[in-house]
Design a binder for this molecule. Structure first.
Ligand code: ZN
Length: 685
């Protein structure tokens, strides 16, 4: 720690600027190291004061005190991770590598703090005799469960074993990812100009530069990076080359030798099963799913099976259509997995003849951003007032005061839309501060980051339809933060379970293509004409194209994920995978989206283990939720919007997700709307 630390800490954590925003301009990169040191020790001291208190535990002196502790650390972290993601440099990157493990140690030390857990446990056991609000009980319960799930309740030798398991799992997860990367980097298929039949220029260019990166100037390399292998499989006319490339792609992590992930999978699954048993759960899936909306593996399997059957039937029809095209070209063999993308692209071009270039002039960034605000106005009565004078962390960032119907400011929204070299790729929402009502309350300070190409001075930024959806998606997350209306920080805004958090974002995407929104905002940047209905119909129909394939490849992976994490024992992952796929009847022409030896979501860390299903779970929710509006005949039905606001966008994690969804919808979600949205069942209407 340096002597400068209190000053740096103050500079970073003093947020007394307008609307309680940080003073971005005053924060220097060099401030972060000392500020983190000061913030971490301040948090430690607060935790110790709570844990060692002589007073009997009460909600206020324990749970509420914990909720308020670490305010400085939250502020330093929020500013730091904003910079690390959206405006980074080598110094910040180096500090990031240093800080990440330090923070993880800090929080796991708190999770293992026995005296602290004793106080929470005492309160939790007496909860039924105490007069808690629903939200208070939920905050207490989540805190208690968090401790128990980290092993705070275990005897010392079991805690030691748990720590050893966690450490070994971290090592195995990292190696798993590195092995996949090694296989991706080592494999290549060098081709000559005569082997490039069917490949568009952008693929040829990418292959040429991949070849020269690998010291083969003048040749063309097929590599296993998604940006090359997928277009290669789509466009290459040479079936034998597609087969070679496809087999290499799906064998990542399964090649004998140092990078073979199969033994790692067996060990990871064994350790996860042991960890679950140690913590008192039947299997790892039961442990992971406990604090989700799905709650248990049976619910997940039931959903996946409901989708699987119609998807397989639909894929069979798609396969027949592809086989016709293949036969017309003289290929009478059954469609193989390395043929699917290729013939699907040909079929797509036959059925839907439009290009991205026809669409783009209708999607101007500024108008689409306005459309997102407009939807927020129609649904929730929000108004977005640009704050020209407020300086954010980069000159491209626009800042808005978000106002409700009575004109009160309910939050601040920062929009950071353009790509730059200091920004990582992708699109995301985050918060400088989350809403809560303790100690005078906190306005939500929420931001969206995207990577749209910045146009030349004077020309408009034009988006693809996917870009426009991304903007709406992230803005949906932003509203989840902005409309949050809870008392306690730990249940604010997006602090909900993994299979619920994408509901507000994916749902919001539906309003982009509501006709009155498009007519108003999707207008040609030169002529001002709205997008022609005929073009739009084609675009929307194309979104359902190949849905059988997409659903089968995804759902196969999701089913295997749950099968692995509920199985009693998996000695041989390859045999287990084959037997499971046989049992569900996977079509031979479609490979899983992620075969086990390179299924990074579930094995390179446990973020999405027993959780790959949640993408589809969220889609069930968003389709079902939007159909509630469709049923009223008005995409902006006022009473439905009011219920949506209360029970979804404002509720945070203060209520159980199943309960709060039921309060909005009047019933639990069903997958019918999802099946219709994907075009997997005939619309009955
Ligand atoms: Zn999202």
């Amino acid at each position: 720690m340096t002597a400068a630390s209190p000053i740096a800490f103050e500079r970073i954590s003093d947020w007394s600027g307008s609307y309680g925003l940080p003073n971005f301009a005053a924060v220097e990169d060099d401030d972060f190291r000392p500020a983190f040191d000061a913030a971490l020790s301040a948090h430690d001291a607060e935790i110790e004061a709570i844990a060692q208190s002589e007073a009997a535990p009460t909600f206020e002196n324990t749970i509420e005190a914990l909720e308020l502790a670490g305010k400085g650390l939250s502020r330093v972290s929020a500013l730091f991770f904003n910079r690390a993601g959206a405006h980074t440099n080598p110094a910040i990157q180096e500090l990031e590598r240093e800080i990440a493990p330090q923070l993880s140690r800090h929080y796991s030390r708190i999770a293992m703090n026995k005296p602290l857990f004793q106080r929470i446990d005492t309160l939790f056991r007496r909860a039924s005799t105490l007069d808690f609000t629903t939200e208070q009980f939920r905050v207490l319960e989540r805190s208690w469960k968090g401790f128990v799930r980290s092993g705070a309740n275990l005897a010392e030798e079991d805690q030691t074993r748990l720590a050893a398991i966690n450490e070994r799992l971290a090592t195995l997860g990292a190696r798993f990812g590195q092995n996949v990367l090694a296989d991706e980097q080592s494999w290549q298929l060098l081709l000559d100009k005569t082997d490039l039949d069917g490949l568009p220029d952008f693929v040829r260019d990418a292959m040429a530069s991949a070849a020269s990166d690998r010291g083969a100037d003048g040749r063309y390399a097929v590599t296993l990076s998604r940006s090359i292998i997928e277009p290669f499989l789509t466009f290459s006319e040479q079936r034998d080359l597609r087969e070679t490339a496809f087999k290499a792609w799906t064998a990542r992590g399964e090649n004998p030798g140092d990078t073979d992930n199969r033994p790692l999978i067996a060990e990871i699954l064994k350790l996860r099963a042991e960890k679950a048993k140690l913590l008192g759960y039947e299997n790892f899936a039961a442990y992971k799913l406990e604090d989700t909306m799905a709650k248990n593996p049976d619910a997940v399997n039931a959903l996946l099976q409901t989708v699987w059957e119609p998807a397989v039937r639909h894929a069979a029809d798609e396969e027949a259509a592809l086989a016709d095209i293949a036969a017309a070209e003289g290929n009478n063999e059954p469609i193989a997995p390395w043929d699917w993308r290729h013939y699907a692209e040909k079929l797509r071009r036959q059925r839907f003849d439009f290009t991205e270039e026809e669409l783009k002039p209708y999607f101007q960034l500024d108008r689409i951003a306005e459309a997102a605000f407009d939807v927020g106005g129609r649904l929730f009565g929000l108004d977005f007032e640009r704050l020209e004078g407020v300086k954010a962390y980069h000159p491209d960032v626009r800042t808005f005061a978000v106002k409700n119907r009575s004109g009160d400011t309910i939050g601040i929204f920062l929009a950071d839309y353009f790509a730059r070299s200091s920004k990582r790729s992708g699109a995301w929402m985050s918060a400088f501060a989350s809403q809560h009502r303790l100690e005078g309350g906190q306005l939500p300070l929420i931001y969206n980051v995207m990577n749209f190409a910045k146009p030349r001075e004077g020309s408009p930024a034009l988006l693809s339809l996917d870009d426009a959806r991304t903007l709406f998606h992230e803005f949906g997350h932003a509203l989840h933060g902005l409309l949050s209306d809870v008392t306690y920080p730990s249940v604010s805004g997006t602090s909900v379970s993994r299979d619920f958090v994408e509901l507000p974002s994916q749902l919001y995407e539906h309003w982009l293509t509501v006709p009155e929104i498009l007519r108003k905002h999707a207008v040609h940047y030169r002529t001002g004409e709205p997008i022609p209905q005929q073009l739009l119909d084609k675009v929307l129909a194309a979104a359902r194209f190949n849905a059988g394939f997409a659903t089968v490849e995804y759902t196969a992976s999701a089913l295997i994920d749950i099968a692995y994490h509920t199985a009693a024992d998996v000695e041989d992952p390859a045999a287990f995978e084959a037997a499971s796929l046989e049992a569900i009847g996977k079509p031979a022409a479609i490979e899983m989206r992620h075969r086990s030896p390179h299924f990074l979501h579930i094995f390179s860390g446990d973020g999405y283990s027993a959780g790959y299903y949640s993408y589809m779970w969220s889609e069930v929710l968003d389709a079902d939720a939007f159909s509630a509006f469709e049923e009223t005949g008005d995409a902006f039905d006022a009473s439905m919007a009011e219920r949506l606001r209360t029970h979804v966008y404002s509720a945070g994690g203060a209520v159980d997700p199943e309960e709060t969804y039921t309060a909005f919808r009047g019933r639990l979600p069903t997958p019918e709307a999802l099946l219709k949205k994907r075009g997997l069942v005939q619309d009955a209407a």
